[in-house]
Design a protein around this ligand. Structure first.
Ligand SMILES: Cc1cc2nc3c(=O)[nH]c(=O)nc-3n(C[C@H](O)[C@H](O)[C@H](O)COP(=O)(O)O)c2cc1C
Length: 451
């Protein structure tokens, strides 16, 4: 009798399970931040992690953009930065300036970051992935972007029409990146309108050795605002389950609790949130943890993270424009700001002003608090009358000398070096703006933290 029951149970429970590599991560049971160009750069990822995202996907980065970058450690904050000189030679009237193509926080993102690649070639995909493989927990291939800049090169959603090419990219990544660096390889796809073609595609992709598959529950022609379709989801989940591949649902997932409900209802393994997290990342908090936070609190936390990373001002402003409700009167001020100090002043984030001034100096943002007294928000004015740190931040004649020129000061020491996951507040000291001499190409993330 026992033997009979055991024989009956084993086939039901012992589904195959693609092994999770030693430095990889299992997507099962996870509610994660979606890859979003501009909206899943490092500060947004840190925000999502702070509010409880289990894993974070970085923005799609095209293979050719990554190939040729140099890996370095920023000595002021210990972030890993992949940089390159402009391929068009830059402007002839100014010195060539390296731009940061990809940025990683090796402490807070350790074991949680999935790097998404845009590619149409197994060779280029492997070359690009080799550069970041030691710093991330997984490599994901974007096979869902419907934009013409992606599809005209055969990338993104175009790969859904060339399943053998997509499979060959995944197989090359599994063989030369996944196995070598011991991280997982995954893919993000969209629905095909014919369920049988979706089934054939998912079945083929699951046979490549990938550990995870995200299904964006919209077809390629569907607009982002159209409601996500769930009809094919149980079938896709079942194909993935039979192959031992984790299946993550994406499309109109609005919160952690909602993601967990969908996982139960459709028997999928994980849930991915994009636009709801773009608008307010505290959607990763469960209702039991308090749920959504007011936008002002989210903005404060986001700005703190953006300053810690020395995030490009244009990208920070882009995110603020989404985080701050359009009707709010500070929206206009934030939208017009030319740098961190001006923006923190407009938003009344007085505690961040010293760091804001310092990062403006590093990035060469041009705005002077002292020349903009009239622009102070009532919150800043009040704080400056009553609060010592705000006074120090903005009213003393020396502290108020903010950079009005974008010329960096290269003559001083190396500035604060972060050794713990939470950076210490910025000191009001001159900073070394150079990052030369710290270039590395292959050291794993763990080394980066102590560099
Ligand atoms: C601003 C923005 C940028 C995006 N960039 C990417 C990307 O780089 N890679 C990708 O696979 N999908 C990208 N997407 C699609 C999302 O990852 C996600 O599949 C889509 O928004 C559906 O999820 P949602 O209904 O939760 O918004 C992007 C979406 C948005 C809104």
């Amino acid at each position: 009798m026992f033997k009979f029951l055991r024989n009956l149970l084993i086939p039901m429970t012992a589904k195959p399970h693609v092994p999770i590599p030693a430095n990889g991560v299992d997507y099962r049971g996870k509610v994660v931040l979606a890859p979003m160009v501009r909206s899943s750069e490092l500060p947004c990822r840190l925000l999502a992690l702070k509010y409880g995202a289990d894993l974070v996907w970085g923005p799609e980065t095209i293979d050719r953009a990554m190939i040729g970058t140099t890996r370095r450690i920023n000595p002021r904050n210990s972030m890993v930065e992949f940089t390159r000189l402009p391929s068009n030679g830059g402007r002839s009237d100014s010195p060539l300036k390296e731009s940061v193509i990809y940025r990683i926080d090796p402490a807070r993102e350790k074991g949680k970051l999935i790097y998404q690649i845009g590619t149409a070639s197994p060779e280029l995909a492997v070359r690009a992935a080799q550069l970041v493989a030691a710093d991330v927990a997984g490599i994901d291939v974007n096979a869902g972007c419907p934009k013409s800049f992606s599809t005209t090169g055969g990338m993104g959603a175009a790969l859904l029409q060339t399943p053998e090419k997509l499979a060959s990219i995944l197989e090359a990544l599994v063989r030369e990146i996944g196995n070598v660096y011991q991280i997982g390889i995954s893919v993000k796809i969209r629905l095909l309108s014919d369920p049988e073609r979706t089934r054939a595609l998912v079945t083929r992709l699951c046979a490549t050795g990938i550990t995870g598959l995200t299904i964006h529950c919209r077809t390629t022609p569907m607009r982002p605002r159209e409601r996500a379709l769930r009809e094919q989801l149980p079938m896709i989940a079942s194909v993935c389950r039979d192959a031992g591949v984790a299946c993550v649902v994406n499309g109109d997932v609005v919160s952690r609790d909602h993601g967990l409900e969908l996982m139960k209802e459709y028997n999928v393994d994980g849930a991915m949130i994009a636009t709801a997290a773009e608008a307010n990342s505290s959607c990763f908090r469960s209702a039991a943890e308090g749920g959504l936070l007011p936008w002002r609190e989210v903005v404060h936390t986001f700005m703190q993270g953006a300053l810690e990373c020395e995030n490009r001002w244009g990208n920070t402003k882009f995110t603020l424009n989404i985080l701050i409700p359009g009707k709010d009167k500070v929206y206009k001020h934030a939208k017009q700001s030319k740098g961190y100090e001006e923006c923190c002043t407009a938003l009344g984030l007085v505690d961040l002003l010293p760091a804001a001034r310092q990062v403006d100096q590093i990035l060469g943002c041009t705005w002077s608090l002292s020349s903009s007294v009239d622009k102070k928000s009532p919150a800043v004015q009040k704080a400056m009358e009553t609060n010592d740190s705000a006074k120090a931040a903005g009213t003393s004649s020396t502290a108020a000398t903010s950079p009005t020129k974008s010329k960096p000061n290269l003559s001083n020491g190396t500035g604060p070096i972060r050794r713990h996951s939470s950076p210490k507040p910025f000191a009001e000291t001159p900073v070394d703006l150079s990052i030369a001499g710290t270039t590395e190409t292959t050291a794993p993330a763990a080394n980066a933290v102590s560099a």
